[in-house]
Write a protein that binds this ligand. Structure first.
Ligand SMILES: NC(=O)c1ccc[n+]([C@@H]2O[C@H](COP(=O)([O-])OP(=O)(O)OC[C@H]3O[C@@H](n4cnc5c(N)ncnc54)[C@H](OP(=O)(O)O)[C@@H]3O)[C@@H](O)[C@H]2O)c1
Length: 469
């Protein structure tokens, strides 16, 4: 049987590695640009593949580069590593499977594909003994996957939290600083190229949900289904929510968060939101192992989460031994994302094309995911004013064992459409949902109530070690 060392040197002998880029769009062009600028390095671009490739030709790549529309040409013998940058589930998945079976190492930036089929593709990569790297699929140029798998491999992570979608961040920033309604902030983001014509994936949380699914698998060692992660849109957020949030020394951000079961070790501590352990009265059935959610949340103005700007991403990870580590950087854009892709390519030139296993859970099944965490909550009501509204709400909340922390009502709004806020002491989301079902049926609402958890202890995020910035 061949030893790992003997195999490594034999495989490494084919390098410098010959690279095919499939998908010559925003990221593909940037990858090619970086490879062209590193002509003396260990990577050699041999093939560019794209549909209708004639319109993609550029004059700044070497003449030996083969331009093609056929995936088969990207799987030719003069290619060692295939870079998948076409996006979407198919034919990207089929291309990666074919590349692995043809003995190629693969690098991809495809978050939807890795989030939904990563386990299967990594199993195939392991079977074929070929690398499948996907650093660029999470948080663009922020090297979070490698940091977790290598730099923090000695720890046991129990929480990952952060801001994973720059489009939401831009929109919420503009609503906060310019007082723009959601629709205007979105239109501005679209005009500036920060949001797609169809913004659904970003503003409704699908994009962050996919990234969080990958981070949960990589960081918490739990295979989770993307669709099992609770997700809420930022669309119901209004400028008035920022006004009220500021009264609470907070702002509103789309926060992605995942946490697994009981913590051990010197830095273990309760999360800013999370399951209330040791509280049997609150316990509802068997506690699931993973809690995860993507949703608008109130975060303290002093926290790093409140200071993330534009397309920046912030990821904080908490380990039982190393405590909290924060990573801040550009989460999107051709060049930052291409840096992550090229870094994966360079990593393969160091290790050889064989499978270098990410620390994946042994179990092949998927972990149950819950969003029934306990946290203080913000509730904004918009009502046609009449006597007894607060009393009605207080009665329903009391019937569900939920304590009101404060009631805030700013002057200057019409009685026919009056916004006011209640903050609630920590309660389980499932209990609040039950109360909300009753509350929604009350006759005074002009708009659906808006709720968001308050991450009261989020100032701890990003605490002990500053990573990439
Ligand atoms: N852009 C970012 O900031 C960013 C950040 C992180 C991750 N990513 C990921 O990186 C990947 C690429 O994103 P991108 O922004 O570069 O996308 P893009 O600009 O739309 O580029 C995709 C390229 O692939 C080509 N393509 C699409 N389907 C194809 C097919 N079936 N056969 C051959 N070529 C095909 C497209 O050709 P046409 O010109 O004909 O459409 C286009 O040139 C995606 O998975 C994305 O999620 C992007």
């Amino acid at each position: 049987m061949q030893t790992q060392t003997a195999r490594s040197s034999a495989e490494a002998a084919v390098f410098p590695a010959r690279v095919a880029i499939v998908g010559f769009g925003t990221v593909g062009r940037s990858v090619a640009k970086i490879l062209a600028s590193q002509a003396d390095g260990p990577l050699r671009l041999t093939c560019v593949c794209n549909r209708d490739v004639a319109r993609k030709h550029v004059d700044w790549l070497p003449s030996h580069v083969r331009w093609t529309e056929k995936f088969d040409d990207a799987l030719a013998p003069d290619v060692d590593i295939v870079v998948e940058l076409i996006g979407g589930l198919e034919p990207a998945g089929d291309l990666i499977r074919r590349a692995l079976r043809a003995g190629k190492a693969v690098v991809t930036a495809n978050k939807q594909l890795i989030a939904q089929h990563g386990a299967e593709l990594l199993d195939l990569a392991r079977t074929q003994d070929r690398s499948l790297l996907y650093e660029a699929s999470v948080a663009g140029g922020l090297p979070i996957v490698r940091a977790i798998q290598e730099g923090l491999a000695g720890d046991r992570l129990y929480r990952i939290a952060g801001i994973l979608n720059g489009t939401c961040n831009y929109i919420l920033n503009r609503m906060e600083t310019a007082g723009l309604p959601f629709a205007d902030a979105l239109a501005e983001a679209q005009a500036l190229g920060f949001a797609e014509a169809d913004p659904t994936a970003d503003v409704d949380g699908h994009d962050a949900q996919a990234k969080l699914a990958i981070l949960t698998t990589v960081g918490l060692q739990c295979r989770v289904r993307q669709s099992d992660i609770h997700r809420e849109s930022i669309r119901p957020i209004e400028p008035i929510d920022f006004t009220y949030a500021r009264r609470l020394d907070c702002t509103v951000r789309q926060v992605s968060w995942a946490e697994r079961g009981p913590q051990r070790g010197p830095h273990a501590r309760l999360p800013p939101v999370g399951p209330e352990r040791g509280d049997p009265e609150r316990s509802r059935g068997e506690p699931p192992t993973v809690f995860a959610s993507v949703q608008p949340a109130l975060v303290p103005l002093a926290s790093p989460l409140a200071k993330v700007e534009g397309s920046q991403n912030l990821v904080t990870v908490c380990g039982e031994y190393g405590g909290e580590t924060a990573f801040l950087g550009l989460g999107a854009g051709g060049d930052p994302t291409a840096v992550a892709v090229v870094s994966d390519l360079l990593s393969i030139t160091r290790t050889g094309p064989m499978f270098v296993g990410p620390r994946l859970p042994v179990a092949s099944g998927y972990q149950e995911v819950s969003a029934d965490f306990s946290a203080p909550h913000y509730m904004r009501f918009t009502v046609a004013d009449r006597p007894g509204i607060i009393a009605s709400l207080a009665t329903v909340l009391a019937q569900h064992g939920i304590n009101i922390d404060a009631v805030l009502q700013l002057p200057g709004f019409p009685q026919t459409q009056l916004p006011f806020v209640m903050t609630l002491e920590a309660c389980h989301v499932s209990v609040l949902d039950e109360a909300l079902t009753v509350i929604r049926a009350l006759p005074f609402h002009v708009k659906d109530p808006v709720t968001a958890p308050i991450l009261i202890r989020a100032e701890r995020l990003g605490g002990t070690t500053e990573g990439h910035s």
